[in-house]
Every structure is written in structure tokens, then in C-alpha cells.
Design a protein around this ligand. Sequence first.
Ligand SMILES: Cc1cc2nc3c(=O)[nH]c(=O)nc-3n(C[C@H](O)[C@H](O)[C@H](O)COP(=O)(O)OP(=O)(O)OC[C@H]3O[C@@H](n4cnc5c(N)ncnc54)[C@H](O)[C@@H]3O)c2cc1C
Length: 371
Amino acid sequence: MKFEYDYLVVGAGIFGSVFAYEAKKRGKKVLVIDKRDHIGGNMYTKNMDGIHVHYYGAHIFHTSNKEIWDYINQFAEFNNYINSPIANYKGKLYNLPFNMNTFYQLWGTKTPKEAMDKIEEDRKNHFVENPKNLEEQAINLVGLEIYEKLIKGYTAKQWGKDPKDLPAFIIKRLPLRFTYNNNYFNDRYQGIPIGGYTQIFEKMLEGIEVRLNTDFFENREKFEHIAEKILYTGAIDEFFNFEFGHLEYRSLAFDHQVLDVENFQGNAVINYTDLETPYTRIIEHKHFDDAKSKHTVITYEYPKKYEIGSEKYYPVNDDKNNEIYKRYKEKAAKESKYLFGGRLAEYKYYDMHAVIISALAMVKNEFRDKE
Ligand SMILES: Cc1cc2nc3c(=O)[nH]c(=O)nc-3n(C[C@H](O)[C@H](O)[C@H](O)COP(=O)(O)OP(=O)(O)OC[C@H]3O[C@@H](n4cnc5c(N)ncnc54)[C@H](O)[C@@H]3O)c2cc1C
């Protein structure tokens, strides 16, 4: 049977776009579809009067892998943005991640020894043998005060649950840094593409047919007949018609607002760590790439209960969901026409650089003996 396309790629996010770009480079005829009205998946940035708005939440590219850094830099020039979020707890500001600046703001400690002694004393006073939940685990790691001011409310909002009702394993470690260093990530390379992320996808998909507002499931049969192979980057449970049940997620709501002020908060990311403020963060997008504009765009990020049909953001990788996913994965392995990849098809939280690594590994495997 002769197919119109060698590959159909379902999803124009980073996984699908890397694969489509590499397949085209190898002379393959590719069709990309996405049910949204734009390319880029969750990395999409919308140009609002010269400010590149991270439409699905703040995205900071970071990696220690030089190959991946060079790979992404083919498609855009990156700036030297360093992620240095600030926490606002009941009107007081603290630097993140937890470092000597944070400890000074909490207790006025000035030397690593003073800060270590303070934390050690707090941990010792509240230490719980065999922590049974996230709260006990976090207090064991950083003491009660850091937990109460900077972790408790934020975590409760993020998961929609009291940390006492969350499993201890969610927090394995909470790094404490005894230097005055507000750089959130430890990676060697970090930055934001000057001009936003969407241009990366425009370049990757140049010369490739892309159909937006096109849901694979609305025409599944037709799509199965137009391409020899299909890369599917959508939700795995949906692919199998929820045969083994729905996989759970935590959702988010983004409220983007244009404000008639030049500089609203002086930093790209401010976390609200108390329980009473309903949002977890305010993002001010112009600070990601120093956009020059008389106004600003900010985004309130609200954690949201996931309901069937709402946007899927964070997978809930507990035993129950992992077990369901395992069954889908086993079934997917038997689909010889299909490839599956990306955060939704693999039901896992994936950073951007890790998605690129995974997509390139699939490319290598898929084209090894066919080039
Ligand atoms: C709030 C938030 C902040 C983040 N911040 C960072 C960060 O700072 N740094 C970092 O490295 N990573 C970050 N990430 C992770 C990053 O977003 C992901 O690594 C990346 O977007 C995953 O790419 P993907 O291609 O797997 O999935 P997606 O980007 O979700 O792409 C999948 C695409 O498939 C489409 N699709 C699904 N089903 C169908 C269908 N039936 N038919 C047609 N199309 C379909 C979707 O519309 C979507 O466009 C963040 C994630 C979130 C949620």
C-alpha cells in the first residue's frame, strides 16, 4: 500500500517537532497535526506587543548537556537569563532557592556556620523518626521555620491537599545552599530564547506540512491510512480509549493580564508561599528577555483540580496511576505502526532538554538502518 506521507506526527510540541525536523532532514515526507491553534505545545510563547508571553507557564531552558544546548541553539539565540525566583510569604520577600540570602532574611545569620547551626537546632527540635508524610519529611530536612514559611502553603496549593496527607516520597531532598547564590538551577547552560520559543518551532517545522486545529481522534481512521508510521505525542489513556481507566493530573489556570505600567514586580518569577493567596506565582514576562515596552504582561498561575477534559499539566505519579500507565505502556509496545513519545504519551514530568534527548534517541533508533 502506498501512503501519502512517510510519517504523521500527532502533536507540534518539542517531542513531535524535533522528530519531524529530523525525519524531514532524512528525506522523509512528514505531516504534523495539532489540535491547538498554534505550534510549540506547552513551550508556546505568544507575542503580545513585543513581549513574549510564556503562555503555559514560565519556561526556562537549562541543561548540563552540551550537545543538547548546541542543538537548541541552532534554532534561536539564547540570552544569559538566570532563574532567581523570589518567595513572598505574607508580604515579606525571600530569595530562592534556599541559600545564605534566604537565611539572612529569615534570621539575620551572616556566616554559613551561623545558618547551619540555626537550621540544625530547628531540625533537631522537630525531628520525627520514620516520617510518614510530606510535612514530617520536609521538617526533617530543613526544620520547621523554612517549612512553614516557604514550603507548606505552596505545596498545599500546588497539590490541593494538606502536606500531612501527601506521601513523604514527593520530597526526597531539599537542597540548602550555604553560599550567597540565587541561581535556581545547577546546570552549566541556562537561558531564554531572545524573541521567544515559538520561533524555534517555526524553524524546525519549516517546509513541513502542519495542520492546526486538527484532532487526531476526530479522523483517526483517515489519519491511519495516510501515513506509513505515526508518532503520537498525545495522552496515552486517550489513545486506548481509557480502556484501563483515566490517568490523573494536576491542572493549572493561567490568567494573563496586560498592565499599563512599565515594571510591575521587578523579577520574572515571584512565588506566593502562603496558603491564603490563591495563586502560586506571578510571572512578569518582560524580565525573561528584557523586552522594551511601556507596558507589561503578567500571569497569575492558579493550581487547579484536574477534571476530565481540562488541560493536563502535572502527572500524579502515585502507585495507582503508575500501575495504570504500565498497562497502557505494555499495550503501546505492541502497536507496530506507532511510536509514542513526550510528556503525555509517557505520562511523566519531563524538562525540555530531557524531551529533546528522548526524541533524538527515538530518531536514532528509527532511522539507524533506514538511512
Ligand atoms: C507550568 C510548567 C512549567 C514548565 N517549566 C519548564 C521549565 O522551566 N524548564 C523545562 O525544561 N521544562 C519546563 N516544563 C516542561 C515542558 O513544558 C515540557 O518538557 C515540554 O513542553 C513537553 O513537550 P512535549 O512535546 O512532550 O508535550 P507538549 O508540549 O504538551 O506537546 C504535545 C502536543 O500534542 C498535542 N496533542 C495532544 N493530543 C492531540 C490530539 N489528539 N490530536 C492532535 N494534537 C494533540 C497538544 O495540543 C500539544 O501541542 C514546564 C511544564 C509546565 C506544565
